[in-house]
Write a protein that binds this ligand. Structure first.
Ligand code: EPZ
Length: 427
């Protein structure tokens, strides 16, 4: 298993280019299953989850061509899908495999997808995806750990009026894809408004889908008979950009973040401002962060977009350990997303966690030790903590971070961090 070794205390300076959004690339790759024609995708980040998604599509008989592996340009062609199945072996390494359920149901009318199960951050059920598909006429049984779904007679789902009980990102994406080829109109209320959902809508529309309401919580999808091929460039990764903004802030550095979408970072920029960190919008795709004169504690609650993203909570907690005063963090999206807190405490942070609330008292001088990454964003939080800790921090289980951050070691080294990857054997 690979590890990261970080010698803390370096001030980060320079320019970092942001990669494509993992959480946009995943649904748009799955959407390629909706058509027999080729779909060309650009700006796919070179991260492990996208390689897993390629394997999954290939398992279903789609042809995934990449110029090199890993690469940022993919051509996906699915003239026929002989294997409408997402097997446990792939789903267990990536929950987002559930994103193939909607496209399979729409294209071939049957699907067998392994139940994703829980993960380190919570139980993460997919009941809302299934309930919505049932409203569209699908017959669904779950047995032996698999979801087995079948469209009504005739093989085509039917449009429905669906009101999600809870806002769900991949649930919204799955139903958008299912409804794009369904018979009649689907109205989706209480839908997710994340930029990644909008990116998927933009691509589906280029394929011929009839969707309105992007960016709002009510989406209307008029099903069409067929969708065609297209070419699409995925949006920049707002969580990677936010992570580097915090890296600049926490090290008191001066970082220019290019190839990003400042509009998607409103809540993060506002929170950093409250913490005393000025963020300058240099142009439409570039931000600059300079260290605060004094970092101050501020409260934060995670929410659905456009609120503060749960995927930035661990990074913000690392920053809070260096801020003067108390920062109260409330995690509203996932019930168990504080595993990084106990690792930060082992580094000397003063944090107390009670249920969904964590209170951080700062500033504290962190000291390097060996810590374990528990999920993708927790790993990012620990890397940030390591950047300011005294001495050496070893982060174990960095396969979590490799799932979603392209070249994080190289990007951090490029702006002056002392971080290296140590290759280990075994998994
Ligand atoms: C997406 O996960 C992201 N993944 C997550 O990114 C992100 O943290 C999350 O949205 C929230 O923003 C992808 O886009 C691939 P949800 P998703 O369904 O869609 C509950 C990362 O680090 N819920 O919006 O799985 C659920 O348990 C990750 O990149 C149900 O109860 O999240 C949670 O409490 C991790 N039943 C809440 O809703 C359902 O059927 C929101 O989850 C579905 C969800």
């Amino acid at each position: 298993m690979d590890k990261f070794l970080i010698k803390g205390g370096k001030t980060l300076r320079g320019t970092v280019a942001i990669s494509g959004a993992k959480n946009s690339a995943l649904p748009v790759m799955a959407a390629a299953l909706l058509t027999a024609e080729p779909v060309t995708l650009h700006n796919i980040p070179k991260v492990r989850d996208l390689i897993t998604m390629s394997k999954l599509l290939a398992f279903m008989d789609a042809k995934v061509s990449v110029t090199e592996v890993p690469a940022s340009d993919y051509v996906i062609e699915a003239p026929s899908l002989n294997h409408a199945e997402a097997p446990y072996e792939l789903v267990k390494t990536m929950r987002a495999s559930i994103l193939t359920l909607g496209p399979l149901m729409a294209r071939v009318g049957v699907a067998r997808v392994s139940l994703p199960g829980g993960c380190a951050i919570g139980a993460r059920p997919v009941d809302l995806h299934l309930k919505a598909l049932e409203q569209m006429g699908a017959e669904i049984i779950t047995s032996h750990g698999y979801i087995e779904a079948r469209a009504p007679k005739g093989g085509r789902l039917k449009g429905a009026h669906i009101v999600f009980e809870k806002i769900t990102v991949t649930g919204t994406e799955n139903i958008l894809m299912a409804a794009a080829l369904a018979e009649g109109e689907t109205v989706l209320e209480h839908a997710a408004r994340e930029p990644e959902v909008t990116d998927l809508i933009v691509m589906l529309r280029k394929m011929g889908a009839q969707i309105s309401g992007d960016g709002s919580s009510t989406l209307r999808i008029r099903g069409v008979q067929r969708l065609g091929g297209t070419e699409h460039t995925v949006i920049p990764d707002r969580i990677e950009a936010g992570t580097f903004l915090v890296a600049g802030a926490i090290t008191g550095g001066d970082l220019t973040i290019t190839h990003c979408e400042p509009e998607h970072l409103g809540a993060v920029i506002a929170k950093l401002g409250q913490a005393g960190v000025p963020i300058e919008t240099v142009n439409k795709t570039t931000l600059r962060v300079r260290g605060a004169k004094k970092l101050v504690g501020s409260d934060m609650t995670t929410e659905e977009y456009p609120g503060f993203a749960t995927d930035m909570q661990a990074q913000f907690m690392a920053l809070a350990t260096q801020a003067e005063g108390t920062s109260a963090i409330t995690e509203k999206i996932f019930e168990n997303r504080y595993l990084h807190a106990s690792e930060m405490m082992r580094m000397g942070a003063n944090i107390s966690v009670e249920g969904r609330r964590a209170v951080v008292h700062g500033p504290t001088q962190l000291s390097g030790t060996t810590v374990q990454a528990s999920d993708l964003r927790a790993s990012a939080g620990l890397v940030l903590a390591g950047l300011v800790a005294g001495g050496e921090t070893t982060i174990e289980r960095v396969y979590h971070i490799d799932r979603g951050y392209e070249g994080i070691v190289e990007k951090l080294r490029g702006v002056g961090a002392d971080i290296e990857r140590v290759h280990g054997s075994g998994s």
